[in-house]
Design a protein around this ligand. Sequence first.
Ligand SMILES: Nc1ncnc2c1ncn2[C@@H]1O[C@H](COP(=O)(O)OP(=O)(O)OP(=O)(O)O)[C@@H](O)[C@H]1O
Ligand SMILES: [Mg+2]
Length: 285
Amino acid sequence: MFSKDHLEGWNEYLATNSLKFTRVVLESPDSPTPTSRPLRTATLSLDDAKVLGTGNHSKVYLAPLWLPETMSATGAVSVACKLACDAYESTHSAKSHLSNEAAMFSAFPRSLQENWTGLHAAKPDQRPEFMPAVVPKFYGYYKPSTDSSAGPMPVDLARSIKRLSPILLMEHCGTNITQSGSYPLTEAHKKACLSLFVRLHAAGFVQESPFPRNVTVQPGPLSLPPAARRMQTPSFRIIDFGRGQHMDLETETWKILGFEESHSSFDVAAQNEEEYVRSYICNDW
Ligand SMILES: Nc1ncnc2c1ncn2[C@@H]1O[C@H](COP(=O)(O)OP(=O)(O)OP(=O)(O)O)[C@@H](O)[C@H]1O
Ligand SMILES: [Mg+2]
């Protein structure tokens, strides 16, 4: 967990030196050929961050991120910031969930992260519609770094820093559909949620945790400016890919295995997940 407890005793040092995290770049199918760019630094403040939610393996905050001037004319932007945090002993550590999730986000094609990609006739309805994004936009996976502009770092502090959680930054996508309490899912909303999973599967991904706590809702449609969006026209999103799996459907090779012991065929995994969505998300709970 990213906790100041790990850094107890270093207050004086930390008062004048911020912690550095370095982006871990994993290959993505859509990424352009890498070019060498000068290092850019953004500043994330967790001091006044609001907790968006807590899961079995993480804590997620809404935090301001100040981008370098060349990247933003508006100063701070809000990002959802996921940190590994073991709520209980489990077979796979919170950090391994977060790193699996980062691999999933790096593999998602842009079409799953875009709010509008033209008209699609998606199952189960097959009526051409404007498609919302399926997953949050990904802003990177960052690991704690012990490089310091203030010269060599004390060994004990460097050791404590290495124990901190990495940080996964993504788009804030509202509240989960259980948190929003009595938010009534109509038949159309249930179809919209199922359709997100069908589109995820069509791209070769299974989420492996298809529960209401892992679907978010926010006022929509997202094609309108924020002030014009309404809860009556909600926009849903799948979150939490810590256990996710990915198969390259062209070559039929598993690229991300998640934590499944025995891999059934991708089609079976996808069909099972759709059944789960029908019973856990589409049925009233
Ligand atoms: N992008 C996001 N936008 C808004 N809220 C989010 C986002 N990501 C996570 N949350 C909130 O944080 C909670 C925990 O996140 P997440 O489900 O990713 O953690 P987890 O520890 O992997 O969960 P689980 O207990 O399902 O394994 C979510 O239920 C949701 O309320
Ligand atoms: Mg979750």
